[in-house]
Write a new protein. Structure first.
Lengths: 223, 478
């Protein structure tokens, strides 16, 4: 899942980027509102974490412009402004959630995951496809009751394919959702990743879970 | 508790009632006295009429009185009385109404008529006048002129005393009616006055009551209202103006305190959020040694930043609470400027910001050196922080005994004239984002507080070439 964090405090931005990436998200970071808006306009983020008091363009203006452009990206406002009026204003301008600084990092992760689930219209934190189970809260996956040992990126790919089950995801879409925009990845990283994930998912004799649509991409068939 | 309305009502009512009754009594007394005088005058007139009927002839006194001309002296009901005596002698005549009874008589004779109250023979209260007189001598035609003998002794004249009495029940009744009518009128007047006073006081105090209600409705959350009375009341105008001025100051103070509390909270929220995020991420993935070490450096920087805010706030609080005292000494101004610039030089060099210093060599001033250094340090730090890279900060410092003038100017391309009034407010920054966390917006507020403590005037001006000029001046150094 790919997030955009727009936060002007360099230290907070750095620690959030570090933590969210370790939590399995691809994270783009930016320090000002103008750049944040530009990022949001060219990338399909699952969630935008948006500070309000930003240089160049404040957070509410970023939010207003995104909604005026018809973008439905889920936005979580992360602000030191703690007054009820501030929260109401943010939510009424189209934010999906509001978290006041200082905050618990775990709570931020939980809220971001909830917004991701909402994007893919999935309320249950445990995704089930045939004998595959993905516990999105614990970042664990199992097949036939046996836990799978996945790297964070493999887990993210599986999670993405499971959330979009029945739909083909192109190589670029997968790259967009799994890696930061600034990440320098090799051209066949998706193929390598799919190969390694298939190996871990595919015990001997089991039917294949990830299907390749030649020239189009990959998908997990809907049951 | 004292009540203005009650006090006014009671005082006005009691005073009015007292005045009305006093006036009534005086008027009643005056009218009663005049009535009595008229009564006495009429009584005396009647006595004098009887006197004119009394004559003496050859030593004999007699009264030519006929009841039919004065029937009041023989009326069967409420008659009047008279009695005529020879002076020091017996009764000559009495009214038929007296019968055999006598009227009281004074033991001596007086030239003026004497009046007295008495109980009449028929038991009624009455009034009596007693007149001593010499009856006129009656001409006697039978007394021939030839009989007059100049050598003969003059004939002896006799004196007489006449008393006339009449009932005064009508007079007393009239006076009583007069007092009763007066008392009733006074009571009605007082009742009317009571109503008038009640409504007048209520109406008169209505603006005061309106002010009271408006003041009562004030609280800390609703200080934006102002006291107003329609129509304007001259007597209350000074009170209302003072109250509104006080409210304005109170509102400003509350807003300043609220803003200050909000600013402090906001200023501390971000570093606390940073600390918490760093701590939680570092604790969750401690194996990432490189990141965790970076976090420690961040934590130290955050601690320094928070310490700076707290130290500055404490210094501001101490200054504003009057706990700081200037300690004047004589020192060279150029040296102080150079010492103050030294710690900023590295930061300025990093931004390629140059200092253009202009001082009068040997200029010495008398001031609190440490506190003036603090003020100057904040002015220079502000200039370095907000000067564009490659620009020049100009500082001129002049002074001698009795005055000094320090000016710090730097390019401020993003500053507008509307920003100038806010420059010295605590936590004010042109960019509300407060991104870098290095400048809390307290430096200039601190500088102005300490400048005031030193008796210096710190002003801000934006020059036509868009340079911010902060000027520190004083004619009399402390």
């Amino acid at each position: 899942m790919k997030l955009l964090v727009v936060e002007d405090s360099e230290r907070l931005r750095r620690s959030l980027g570090q933590g969210l990436r370790r939590a399995g998200f691809a994270v783009d970071l930016t320090a000002d509102g103008e750049e944040g808006l530009a990022f949001a306009e060219v990338n399909d983020y699952d969630v935008i974490v948006l500070d309000l008091m930003l240089p160049k363009l404040d957070g509410l203006s970023v939010l207003r412009r995104l909604r005026l452009q018809g973008r439905k990206t889920h936005v979580l406002i992360l602000s030191a402004k703690d007054q009820v009026e501030d929260r109401i204003r943010g939510l009424e301008l189209g934010a999906d959630d509001y978290l006041i600084k200082p905050f618990s990092f775990e709570e931020l992760c939980a809220r971001v995951r909830a917004l991701v689930r909402r994007r893919y219209e999935s309320k249950d934190p445990v995704l089930r496809i045939a004998d595959l189970e993905i516990d999105t809260a614990r970042h664990q996956a199992s097949r036939g009751g046996l836990p799978l040992s996945l790297t964070p990126t493999e887990y993210s790919l599986l999670h993405l394919l499971a959330l979009r089950r029945g739909r083909v995801l192109s190589r670029d879409q997968i790259l967009d959702h799994l890696y930061d925009s600034a990440a320098d990845v090799s051209s066949n990283v998706v193929e390598v990743l799919v190969y390694s994930l298939r190996k871990k998912l595919q015990p001997a004799g089991a039917p294949p879970l990830i299907v390749t649509r030649r020239g189009r991409g990959y998908l997990i068939e809907a049951p | 508790m004292r009540s203005i309305r009650r006090r006014l009502v009671v005082t006005l009512l009691a005073g009015s009632a007292l005045l009305v009754f006093a006036a009534g009594l005086s008027l009643g007394g005056l009218v009663a006295r005049r009535l009595r005088q008229e009564f006495d005058r009429a009584l005396l007139a009647k006595a004098r009429a009887l006197v004119t009927l009394t004559v003496q002839h050859r030593g004999e006194v007699e009264i030519d009185f006929a009841d039919e001309f004065m029937p009041e002296f023989e009326a069967p009901e409420r008659p009047e009385y008279f009695q005529l005596w020879l002076a020091g002698g017996p009764t000559l005549e009495r009214s038929r109404s007296l019968g055999a009874r006598d009227l009281p008589r004074s033991a001596d004779l007086a030239s003026a008529p004497r009046f007295r109250d008495l109980r009449l023979p028929d038991g009624r209260p009455g009034r009596l006048v007693e007149v001593a007189f010499v009856p006129q001598v009656e001409d006697d035609e039978e007394w021939p002129e030839t009989a007059f003998d100049p050598a003969a002794p003059p004939p002896r004249l006799r004196s007489a005393v006449l008393a006339v009495a009449r009932g005064r029940e009508d007079l007393d009744g009239l006076i009583r009616s007069l007092y009763a009518a007066g008392a009733a009128s006074a009571a009605l007047l007082v009742a009317g006055l009571a109503l008038l006073v009640h409504f007048a006081v209520r109406g008169g105090l209505a603006p005061l009551a309106a002010v009271g209600r408006q003041v009562q409705a004030l609280d800390a959350d609703r200080l934006d209202g102002r006291i107003a009375v329609e129509p304007p009341t001259r007597e209350l105008l000074p009170v209302i103006e003072q109250l509104n001025a006080l409210l304005g100051r109170l509102q400003s103070a509350f807003e300043r305190e609220r803003r200050f509390a909000g600013d402090v909270a906001h200023e501390l929220r971000t570093p606390v959020a940073e600390l918490r995020s760093l701590a939680e991420v570092g604790r969750r993935w401690p194996e990432d040694r490189e990141a965790v070490e970076g976090f420690f450096a961040d934590v130290a920087a955050i601690a320094r930043q928070m310490e700076g805010i707290v130290t500055t706030l404490l210094a501001l609080a101490r200054c504003e609470a009057g706990l700081e005292r200037p300690v004047p000494s004589r020192f060279a101004l150029p040296e102080l400027v150079e010492e103050t610039w030294a710690p900023l030089a590295a930061e300025a060099a990093g931004k390629d910001v140059r200092l253009a210093l202009e001082t009068a060599p040997g200029a010495a001033v008398v001031c609190d050196r440490e506190k003036l250094g603090l003020v100057l340090g904040n002015l220079l730090a502000n200039a370095v922080a907000y000067s564009p890279p490659g620009s020049t900060v100009a500082c001129t410092a002049r002074g001698e005994d009795g005055w000094l003038e320090i000016t710090v100017a730097n390019p401020a391309p993003h500053l507008g004239a509307a920003d100038l009034p806010h420059l010295f407010e605590r936590f004010w920054r042109k960019d509300p984002a407060r991104s870098n966390g290095q400048h809390a917006g307290l430096g200039l507020a601190l500088a102005r507080s300490f400048a005031a403590l030193l008796g210096l005037d710190l002003t801000a001006n934006l020059t036509p070439d868009q340079r911010l000029e902060l000027r520190l001046t004083a004619k009399e150094t402390s």
